[in-house]
Design a protein around this ligand. Structure first.
Ligand code: MG
Ligand code: MG
Length: 622
């Protein structure tokens, strides 16, 4: 698959964008007109720079508002087009994107449109240029890709073809199957973009909220599957207008973009392997068809089986040790060669890492996940351009395969075991062999605060490298703003990550975001009682909350009193019940204990605003 990206996706100057695209490994780029117009580089400079960087200049775009116009306007449009064709010769480019008219079209007549496009194609042919005509989702008269293609067919000129853009097609819910009926020689270009499902006008949605494949909710593998089946072999190019990407680091966004295409290529190959070809019977055992476009795949991984450990880094560990002890964790000893402690409760393992703690204050630094094969999972992540994290190991110590997540949390891919033990625990203390006795517990979920400029990147990272499934995102009110919350989880819920958009830092530089690790136990009330007896500082829940709880759920008075006495929060839905409590925060970390009753699958979302408000209050009191 030939990969491409439009310069409009990225921040910086044209030169910076081109360099970033080359470094990220793209085959070619689309030059967005404004990037050239505002550049001090001459067209010849751009041509030479692209050649030196090994980048193809695959598409010049956009040329707007050409068709369906009055004769006078047509004349002016052809003159405008010829100027661009001459410019493209200087750039050494041969394909231009022409969008369906959104503004100046006054005549809704396909015969007239075809005549005008034929004139354009003729002129383009004289200059050795190919015109890729694209139906914009908000085109005045042409807004459907099949309509655009009918015009291309009617004109029947070698210099006129169509451009398929996943956003314009999927935002309108057009059926993608008829793409297979398009003559592949007439598909001059393919653009891909993903987007969250939003209900707003399609123009604003397109200009601000497009994201890279895997970061939104469109069925892009299916779209691409139909494109591949049509026989298309040209560039597959990202065209993503996004307010965040246009102001974040250009090199990093280019890598995120490349990751999205590598992932999409694999997903498209998977879709083609699973979906029955037109006219065949599902599971009929027909030999797999080969298509002209070759799709690369990646080492396959299954979703992780569970959390292996969570690691908190801290210079000053006293408060953390106290908290874990009060929650019922057992200290299993120090590592034999490193400044690292292990604390466990059941199968929940927490490492306190005192080495090279970059924050004096405790912060979540690493997560371990149980995978089938750490080596294969690591190879996959690296092919998806995840940065490798190296850990110093001594002889006979477990070698961890590590990668860095976009928020710089270190992710370790660990060998899972059916009984939930971890082989590396014997490196600690006296040589622990078995999970500790006492309460059964597992890591239920981990909540990580994401910097605003890396939020979408994080969704793609966990989807592509770790096979977690993004759930519909939610917005939680807090005193410092709405917190965007995105759950990423495995199908069985054994691994749950909650990505929260961190609020912008306060003026006085105080770190205002907080992250937490939640542990699930069988009996939360007795866990809370034992913790209280050991002096645990609970997050104090206001009395108003319990009045509201009673109004909503009509709880047994004794049970309600217990909840209030222990600062427990409660939720109930059709699947079951959820009890939980939070500890006070140390550094940027706090802990949560949860009990899931029945098949309750959520996180106590109705209680999140209470938690945010109480934490805000305690932060601003001190
Ligand atoms: Mg487009
Ligand atoms: Mg939670």
């Amino acid at each position: 698959m030939r990969t491409g990206i439009a310069t409009v996706c990225l921040s910086g100057t044209l030169k910076e964008k081109m360099q970033a695209c080359a470094i990220a490994g793209f085959d070619g780029i689309e030059i967005f007109e404004q990037d050239l117009v505002t550049s001090p580089l001459s067209p010849e400079d751009v041509r030479k720079m692209a050649a030196d960087l090994g980048l193809g200049l695959d598409l010049y775009q956009p040329f707007r508002d050409f068709d369906g116009v009055t004769p006078d306007l047509l004349k002016a449009n052809l003159r405008r087009a010829e100027a661009k064709f001459k410019l493209m010769s200087r750039l050494g480019m041969d394909t231009i994107l022409v969008c369906s008219n959104v503004a100046t079209a006054t005549i809704d007549d396909d015969a007239l449109r075809a005549d005008q496009l034929a004139e354009l194609a003729q002129l383009a042919g004289d200059h050795g240029i190919k015109v890729a005509y694209e139906a914009l989702a908000w085109g005045k008269y042409v807004n459907d890709y099949e309509h655009a293609y009918r015009l291309v067919e009617a004109v029947d000129h070698p210099n006129l073809g169509t451009c398929l853009d996943s956003f314009h097609i999927l935002s309108r819910d057009w059926d993608t199957a008829p793409i297979e009926n398009i003559n592949p020689e007439k598909i001059f270009f393919v653009q891909v973009a993903d987007a969250p499902k939003l209900s707003m006008d399609v123009l604003s949605w397109s200009r601000h909220y497009r994201v890279f494949p895997g970061e939104g909710q469109f069925e892009l593998a299916k779209f691409m599957g139909h494109v591949v089946r049509a026989g298309y072999t040209g560039p597959v190019s990202l065209e993503v207008f996004n307010d965040v990407f246009r102001q974040s680091d250009v090199d990093r966004t280019a890598v995120d973009a490349m990751r999205s295409l590598i992932w999409l290529e694999e997903q498209s190959a998977n879709w083609l392997a699973d979906a029955p070809a037109a006219g065949t019977v599902p599971g009929g055992g027909a030999p797999r068809r080969r298509y002209p476009m070759e799709l690369a795949t990646l080492p396959k991984v299954n979703e992780p089986a569970g959390f292996n450990f969570a690691e908190v880094k801290a210079d000053d560990t006293a408060q953390l040790e106290k908290l874990l002890g009060q929650l019922g964790f057992a200290f299993e000893g120090r590592h034999r060669t490193k400044d690292v402690q292990l604390w466990t409760m059941g199968q929940a393992r927490v490492i306190i890492n005192e080495q090279a703690a970059s924050h004096a204050e405790p912060a979540i630094a690493a997560l371990g996940f149980d995978v089938d094969s750490p080596v294969i999972a690591s190879a996959r992540a690296q092919q998806l351009k995840a940065p490798v994290v190296a850990r110093k190991v001594q002889a006979h110590e477990e070698v961890f395969q590590g990668i860095a997540a976009p928020d710089s949390t270190e992710i370790f891919l660990c060998q899972g075991s059916p009984d939930g033990t971890a082989a590396w625990t014997h490196e600690f203390g006296e040589g622990l062999q078995h999970p500790s006795a006492g309460a059964r517990a597992v890591i239920d979920h981990v909540n990580l605060a994401q910097p605003w400029q890396h939020f979408d990147e994080a969704v793609l990272f966990y989807t592509s490298a770790l096979a977690l499934e993004p759930q519909p995102f939610a917005e939680v009110p807090s005193p410092s703003g709405l917190v965007r919350s995105q759950v990423m989880q495995t199908s069985d819920g054994a691994v749950r990550l909650v990505l929260n958009l961190a609020p912008v830092q306060q003026a006085h530089g105080q770190k205002t975001y907080q992250e937490h690790i939640a542990f699930a136990v069988d009996d939360l009330v007795s866990t809370a009682r034992a913790a209280r007896d050991k002096g645990l500082e609970f997050l104090q829940i206001p009395a108003n909350y319990y009045e509201d709880l009673d109004a909503r759920f009509d709880l047994d008075p004794g049970f309600l009193a217990t909840l209030q006495e222990l600062n427990l929060l409660f939720d109930r839905d059709a699947d079951g019940e959820f009890l939980h409590f939070y500890t006070a925060t140390v550094g940027s970390v706090f802990f949560e204990m949860v009990e899931r009753r029945g098949r309750y699958d959520g996180y106590g979302a109705p209680n999140a605003p209470v938690r945010h408000a109480v934490q805000y209050d305690s932060l601003h009191r001190t």
